[in-house]
Design a binder for this molecule. Structure first.
Ligand code: SF4
Length: 153
């Protein structure tokens, strides 16, 4: 069973109230081969919400308390991001998920690129807060850009 970012499966849970639907991933959900998770919503954040970026590092640094997640209104949303990652992982354990396809460049779900925290559109190498947690728990994480390399289980 796969876990996928809910926005990739067509859920309107993006910060701006939109989705990033990818038909092939939505079909995996509809045929019972994947379940959708949105760490930011599970962390209690509303939709729509202010866009947020990691400042001071990437998701791994957030778990080391060396970076934080701020939204563009100046709110520190680090705890919501961390709690959402933990809740999403608990949910995935119940569902027997063995691999993930997560939305690239998201401060939660990014797996190779994120934004640099300046809200200027500048991308840097790094992973999101939830992605870092899932990797630390031993789950393989792919993005919508490379998920077809994943061996389906
Ligand atoms: S937290 Fe992940 S699943 Fe939720 S909207 Fe952002 S990219 Fe999509």
């Amino acid at each position: 069973m796969l876990g996928i970012s809910a926005c990739l499966g067509g859920s309107a849970c993006r910060y701006d109230g939109g989705s990033n639907e990818i038909t092939a991933l939505k079909e995996l959900v509809e045929t019972g081969q994947a379940v959708m998770i949105c760490p930011e919503v599970l962390g209690g954040l509303p939709t729509p919400r202010h866009p947020a970026e990691i400042q001071g590092g990437d998701g791994f640094d957030v778990w080391l308390d060396q970076a934080k997640v701020m939204d563009n209104a100046g709110n520190d949303v680090t705890e919501a991001f961390k709690q959402g990652a933990i809740k999403a992982f608990e949910e995935m354990q119940k569902q027997g998920i063995t691999g993930l396809v997560l939305k690239e460049r998201s401060p939660s779900c990014g797996s190779s690129l994120i934004y640099d925290g300046s809200f200027s559109g500048t991308r840097i190498k790094g992973v999101g807060v939830a992605t870092a947690y899932f990797i630390q728990q031993g789950l393989p994480v792919y993005s919508e850009e490379n998920w077809q390399e994943m061996r389906m289980t």
